[in-house]
Design a binder for this molecule. Structure first.
Ligand code: AP5
Ligand code: MG
Length: 214
């Protein structure tokens, strides 16, 4: 199954992608995670990407498309994938269409996770991510048993640099102006599944699983 998760920052794309990955046995491809790894590794691409990420702006299309194209050519993507945070612009969506055409493949589902903006600030300011395994805890909605320590692997939990309230507001603006228009693009193709993302993580997982037949 080849699918995309679209939604504003904090909608639960990463949370649900990890759950779907376990359910379906296909990889999660998160461009945000890939660029954060490049930042942590201090690579030239990481240093450039950080400038955009810290401002809540999008990294230029040509850079992002190149990274995704390479990732999708890995053998583990043959059976399918869950794209989390890509595409985010119309040019990225068109580039993905071309990549899949060359693979003689196509998208099965575009899941749009709908959550009102006022929920998102609380979700993002309370998020604590594991440095080791990438699991996302939340100080209120998914409280770690031991403060600052990941329940899954015992790794250290940290707060993302772009989860400051001012940067979150910029990311929301960027989402509404540049990414939300993609919903119309995919609606025209008849593959959009709109999901109410306000419920609990389990409720949202169930709704998505039913929508995509997982
Ligand atoms: P990215 O990492 O993709 O960030 P984002 O889109 O802003 O989304 P988040 O990861 O913040 O939220 P999420 O929807 O994954 O929510 P999560 O599941 O963690 O991108 C970061 C930056 O990289 C961008 O700003 C840009 O600069 C750059 N970039 C990345 N991709 C790019 C691209 N394609 N083009 C250009 N630039 C790109 O959940 C959030 C919290 O809420 C967690 O703590 C979780 O535990 C909790 N939670 C989740 N679901 C629920 C629920 N149902 N109820 C209660 N709490 C919940
Ligand atoms: Mg995410």
């Amino acid at each position: 199954m080849k699918m995309i998760l679209i939604g504003p920052p904090g909608a639960g794309k990463g949370t649900q992608a990890k759950r779907l990955m376990e359910r379906l046995g296909i990889p999660q491809i998160s461009t945000g995670d890939m660029f954060r790894a490049a930042v942590a590794g201090g690579t030239p691409m990481g240093l450039k990407a950080k400038e955009y990420m810290d401002k809540g702006e999008l990294i230029p299309d040509d850079v992002v498309i190149g990274v995704v194209k390479e990732r999708l050519s890995s053998p583990d993507c043959n059976k399918g994938f869950i794209l989390d945070g890509f595409p985010r612009t119309l040019d990225q969506a068109k580039a993905l269409d071309r990549i899949l055409e060359n693979m003689e493949s196509h998208l099965d589902h575009v899941v749009v996770i709908d959550v009102p903006d006022d929920y998102l600030i609380e979700r993002l300011t309370g998020r604590r991510t594991c440095r080791k395994c990438g699991y996302m805890h939340h100080i209120k909605f998914d409280t770690p048993k031991k403060d600052g320590i990941c329940d899954k692997c015992g790794g250290e939990l940290y707060q993302r640099d772009d989860d400051k309230e001012q940067t979150i507001r910029e990311r929301l603006k960027t989402y509404h102006s540049q990414t939300a228009p993609l919903v119309a693009y995919y609606t025209d193709k008849g593959i959009v599944r709109k999901i109410d993302g306000k419920g609990s993580m389990e409720e949202v997982e169930g709704t998505i699983a039913t929508a995509v037949g997982a």
